[in-house]
Every structure is written in C-alpha cells, then in structure tokens.
Design a protein around this ligand. Structure first.
Ligand code: DX5
Ligand code: ZN
Length: 218
C-alpha cells in the first residue's frame, strides 16, 4: 500500500522532439498523470537535452502538470527559468548548491520541490532534507540517457525512503526514474515508489495506454 495514488509520468526525453505537441497529447491520451522533463546541462551529466524554452513549448499544449528534473550543476541559478511552466521542480543533492536554500526558494516561488539522488549516492545524503521536500526522486539508472536498464540495487533506497517517511510522519512522493517498464514497475511499487517516470516504455510502446495502465497496476 503506498501513501499516494500511483502516478505515471512519461518522460519527454524519449519523445519525438520534432513532434513535441503531438507527443505531449499522445502521452496525456495514454493516461500520463504528469509529464517529466529531463533537463541536462552537459556538466552534471554527460549529455545535453533541452532547456526552459523546450519546457515552455510543451506547456503550451500540456493539460497535466510538468515535473521538471534538473540534472544540472547549478539548479539554484537556473530553476527560476522553469517556474512559469513547471508544477514540480526537482534538483540533485550532488549538484553544486546550498540544497536547503534551493528547496526553500522553489517552494517560495509557488512550486513543489523534489530532491534527487544518483544510484551511487547513499540515502543518508538526502536524509537531512526529507522534512523540506514534496518529492524524493530515486534514480534507477545513472542519469544522462534514456533507454538504460533498470538498476535493482537502488530498491533498498526506495525502501529506506518509505520507512523514513512513515517514521517521521512526512508526506513526500517517492519517484523512480530510469528503466521503468511494465516489468520493473511492480518491483518499484512493491518497495514503496508511487511516482513512475517512464520514457522509452511509453513512447516506444505499440500501445502506450496499455503500457501506462499496466505500470500503474490496473
Ligand atoms: C536519465 C533520464 C531517464 C529518462 C527515462 O537521466 O532521467 O531516466 O527520464 O528513461 P527511460 O527511457 O529509461 O524510461
Ligand atoms: Zn528524470
């Protein structure tokens, strides 16, 4: 039993950028609860994806909330440029910023705030911030690219997050991101995840709606 209803957040990283508006509509028609926007700066991760203009373009036709995942070195400097179009803004604990200050500033800007950690980062690194977040993003692949295989060794961190949330009486969502498919979603949910980022498994699915339904567990 998870604390929140299961959400599926298709990742636009896996969509056809040349058909962005159609892809946004397709992900929503498939039942996506949020649209996940993977922003990469080529420094924090070894890839460059897109920036605020792309997210604003998606927001032009999106009717569901945008969940922006900043895989960038300076999220404190750049997050304001996403406030217009994002509902949630997630920053990495490993990036070069004052984590508590950035999280508070995102909330002060009227958005929910998330904190993400790489597979190699221990849960203890985010423990001090659990009382200040609306979402914890446990990366289930090394950030930077879609289409990578799910890393089951990240599941103890999801369990630790769910246990800490219960122990502390907190209400943040637990999101997983990377290699989430109809095959791996049940394991993530069983360990306590309630928000599933899915790129390839939605946009490359022959039937995206069936994939979303199956991942959600219905
Ligand atoms: C990695 C990205 C991916 C993407 C989803 O930095 O964050 O995890 O969202 O990728 P797939 O295609 O594995 O669902
Ligand atoms: Zn992501």
């Amino acid at each position: 039993m998870t604390a929140h209803p299961i959400f599926v957040a298709p990742s636009l990283l896996a969509c056809d950028f040349g058909q962005l508006h159609a892809e946004v509509r397709r992900a929503e028609a498939a039942g996506g609860d949020w649209l996940h926007c993977d922003v990469m700066d080529g420094h924090f991760v070894d890839n460059i994806s897109f920036g605020p203009a792309f997210v604003d373009a998606a927001a032009k036709v999106a009717t569901v909330p945008l969940d922006v995942h900043l895989m960038i070195e300076r999220p404190d400097h750049y997050f304001p440029r996403f406030v217009k179009s994002a509902r949630n803004i997630t920053v990495h604990v490993e990036a070069r910023h004052d984590v508590a200050q950035t999280l508070a500033a995102i909330r002060a800007a009227g958005r929910t705030c998330g904190l993400a950690l790489r597979p190699a980062t221990p849960f203890e690194a985010v423990a001090p911030f659990l009382g200040q977040i609306d979402l914890l993003l446990v990366m289930t692949v090394v950030p930077g690219f879609g289409g990578q295989p799910f890393m089951p060794e990240t599941m103890p961190k999801v369990r630790a997050a769910a246990a800490a949330r219960a122990r502390l009486g907190l209400g943040f969502r637990i999101e997983v991101d990377g290699g989430i498919t109809t095959a791996t979603a049940p394991l993530a949910i069983e360990n306590g995840a309630d928000t599933l980022v899915a790129g390839t498994s939605v946009f490359a699915a022959p039937d995206a709606a069936a994939a979303v339904r199956q991942m959600r567990g219905v």
